[in-house]
Design a binder for this molecule. Structure first.
Ligand code: FAD
Ligand code: NAD
Length: 473
C-alpha cells in the first residue's frame, strides 16, 4: 500500500488562487498541504502568464515610447535588441517571485509538495511517485490551459501557444496571431514592437469582443499602425507546414479563401479549464459542459468538503479573481458566512494604450435593456494627456439614472489599468457619480478624466462645453 499522509486541508494547484488560499488558510491555523506540479508556487500567472507577458510588454512599450518621442523632438535611432537579455529580464523576475513564494510557504509551515496530483477518491489525492494525502477538506485550483483547435495541431514549434510565444526564441519576420483577444493583442504588440510584421485574425467582427466598441476603437486605431494587418470576421481554415514556415488559408468575410505565409503562428483563441485529468470523477465532483467545476456562491462543489477556485471554477479567467475566491473559501472554512458577491471584476488589456474596465459595460446594459446614463470624457480635453502626447484616450462612467450610482467604468488610454482602483472602490462602496464629481482629483493627472466625466452629469465639468438647451438658445 502506498504511504498515506493525513492533512487537514489539501490545495491542489499552486497558482494565484491555490497559493493564496493555502497561505491564508495556514494563517487561520489550518494544517495545509499544497500540491503543485511546478517546482515552486506561482502557477500560470507567474510562470507563463501575467508576469512574463507584462515584463515583455514593458520592453515593448519602451521601444514604442522611444519611437513616439520623435513627435516631441527627441530621436534615439533604431533600438538594438538583445533578445536573450529581454527574455532574461522576465525569467529573473519569475525566478525571484516564485522563490519569494517558496519562502512565504515555508514561513507559514505550508507543506509544499512538488508533483502532479490526482484524486483517487473523495478524500484522497495521490501525487506522482505514489504518496497519498488523505484530506478533511480540499480546494481545487488547477487553473486552465491554452485551447488548441484541431486545425492547429501540427507537430512544429512554429505553431505556438502563449507559453511558446513567451519563450521568444526568435523575432519572426511575419507572425500570424489567431485570436484578437487579450493574449493575441498583448503578445502581438510585443512581437510587433520587436520588429515582426504581425497579422491578427479574429473570427468575430471586432477585437476584444467583451469590451465596449467606443473604447476598443482608439486601441484598434493604434494597433492598426503597429501591426501589418488586422483581419476581422475572418477564420483560419487551415494551416500547413512549408519549407521555412507555415502557410495559412484564411476564409474572408465574403467567403473567399486566401493563402498567406508566415514564419510563426501564435494560437490565442481562449483557454480551457484544467479539469480533464485530475480524477474529478473519482472524487465525485461535477463539471459543466465546458469543463468548469460547478460551484456555488461559497465556491463549494457538489461535494460539500471540496471547493474550487480560479480559472477551473469559471470565467473570467483572471488572476485577481482566483485570489479573491481563495480568500472567500478560507473565510468559509474558518466558519464565516462569506460568499462571493464582488460587484465588479477589473479587466485590463495591457497593450498601449491600455484598455481597462470594471462593472457594467455599455454593451451589457444595451443587451439587457437596462436603462443607464453614460458619461464620457475624451482625453483630448485633458491637459495631462496632452503633456504625455497621448490624447487618444477616453474615460467613461456607466451610471444608474435613478440612483446615480456608478455601475461600471471603462477607460482606454496610456496607463488606464492603474486608474481602475478609484472606479473599483466607487462601485464596491455604492458611490454615486456625484461622489466622484465632489472628490478632488490631483492636477494634472489622468484621473481628472474620471472626475470630469462624473462632473458632466451635473454640468460641473469645466473642460466640456455644457449641452445647450436648444429651446432656450
Ligand atoms: P493557474 O495559475 O493556472 O495555476 C494552476 C496551477 O495548478 C499550475 O501551477 C499548475 O501547474 C497546477 N496544476 C494543474 N494541475 C495539477 C495537478 N494535477 N497537480 C498539481 N498541480 C497541478 N490574468 C490577469 O489577471 N492579469 C494578466 O495580466 C494576465 N495575463 C495573462 C497572460 C497570459 C499569457 C496568460 C496565459 C494568462 C494571463 N492571465 C492574466 C490569466 C491568469 O494567468 C489566470 O487567470 C490565473 O493564473 C488563474 O489562476 P489559478 O490559480 O486559477 O490557476
Ligand atoms: P480571449 O478569450 O481573450 O480571446 C480569444 C479570441 O479569439 C476571441 O476574440 C475569439 O473571438 C477569438 N477566436 C476564437 N476562435 C477563433 C478562431 N478559430 N479564429 C480566430 N479567432 C478566434 O482568449 P485568449 O486571448 O486566449 O486569453 C485567454 C484568457 O486568459 C483571457 O480570456 C483572459 O481571461 C486571460 N488573460 C488575461 C490577460 C489580462 O488580464 N491582461 C492577458 C492574457 C490572458
Amino acid at each position: 500500500m502506498p504511504e498515506t499522509i493525513e492533512t487537514q486541508l489539501l490545495v491542489l494547484g499552486g497558482g494565484p488562487g491555490g497559493y493564496a488560499a493555502a497561505f491564508l488558510a495556514a494563517d487561520h491555523g489550518f494544517r495545509v498541504t499544497l500540491v503543485e506540479a511546478r517546482e515552486r508556487p506561482g502557477g500560470t500567472c507567474l510562470y507563463v502568464g501575467c508576469i512574463p507577458s507584462k515584463a515583455l510588454l514593458h520592453a515593448a512599450k519602451l521601444i514604442t515610447d522611444v519611437r513616439d518621442a520623435e513627435r516631441i523632438g527627441i530621436s534615439y535611432g533604431a533600438p538594438k535588441i538583445d533578445i536573450d537579455a529581454v527574455r532574461g529580464h522576465w525569467q529573473k523576475v519569475v525566478d525571484t517571485l516564485t522563490k519569494n513564494l517558496t519562502g512565504l510557504a515555508k514561513g507559514r509551515k505550508v507543506d509544499f509538495v512538488h508533483g502532479l496530483g490526482k484524486f483517487v477518491n473523495d478524500h484522497t489525492v495521490e501525487v506522482e511517485g505514489g504518496k497519498r494525502y488523505h484530506f478533511e477538506k480540499c480546494i481545487i485550483a488547477t487553473g486552465s490551459v491554452p485551447a488548441k483547435p484541431p486545425a492547429f495541431d501540427l507537430p512544429t514549434p512554429r505553431i505556438m501557444d502563449s507559453t511558446g510565444a513567451l519563450k521568444l526564441e526568435d523575432v519572426p519576420a511575419r507572425l500570424l496571431v489567431v485570436g484578437g483577444g487579450y493574449i493575441g493583442l498583448e503578445m502581438g504588440y510585443v512581437y510587433a514592437a520587436l520588429g515582426s510584421k504581425v497579422t491578427v485574425v479574429e473570427m468575430t467582427d471586432g477585437l476584444l469582443p467583451g469590451a465596449d466598441r467606443d473604447l476598443v476603437k482608439p486601441l484598434e486605431e493604434r494597433l492598426r499602425k503597429l501591426f501589418a494587418e488586422i483581419l476581422l470576421s475572418t477564420k483560419v481554415a487551415k494551416v500547413a507546414e512549408i519549407p521555412g514556415g507555415i502557410r495559412a488559408t484564411f476564409e474572408t468575410p465574403d467567403g473567399k479563401q486566401v493563402e498567406k505565409d508566415f514564419e510563426r503562428v501564435l494560437v490565442a483563441v481562449g483557454r480551457r479549464p484544467n479539469s480533464r485529468d485530475i480524477g474529478l470523477d473519482k472524487a465525485g465532483v461535477l463539471v459543466d459542459e465546458r469543463g468548469f467545476v460547478k460551484v456555488d456562491a461559497q465556491r463549494k462543489t457538489n461535494m460539500p468538503h471540496i471547493f474550487a477556485i480560479g480559472d477551473i471554477a469559471g470565467e473570467p479567467m483572471l488572476a485577481h479573481k482566483a485570489t479573491y475566491e481563495g480568500k472567500i473559501v478560507v473565510e468559509v472554512l474558518a466558519g464565516e458566512p462569506s460568499v462571493y458577491d464582488a460587484r465588479a471584476v477589473p479587466a485590463v488589456v495591457f497593450t498601449d494604450p491600455e484598455l481597462a474596465w470594471c462593472g457594467l459595460t455599455e454593451g451589457e446594459a444595451k443587451k439587457t435593456n437596462r436603462p443607464v446614463k453614460v458619461l464620457t470624457f475624451p482625453w483630448a480635453y485633458s491637459g495631462r494627456a496632452m503633456t504625455l502626447d497621448r490624447t487618444e484616450g477616453r474615460t467613461k462612467i456607466i451610471v444608474d439614472p435613478e440612483t446615480e450610482r456608478v455601475l461600471g467604468v471603462g477607460i482606454v488610454g496610456a496607463g488606464a489599468g492603474e486608474m481602475l482602483g478609484e472606479a473599483m472602490i466607487a462601485i464596491e462602496m455604492s458611490a454615486t457619480a456625484r461622489d466622484i464629481a465632489m472628490t478632488m482629483h490631483a492636477h494634472p493627472t489622468l484621473l481628472e478624466t474620471l472626475g470630469e466625466a462624473a462632473e458632466g452629469m451635473y454640468g460641473l465639468s469645466p473642460h466640456q462645453q455644457p449641452k445647450r438647451d436648444k429651446a432656450k438658445a
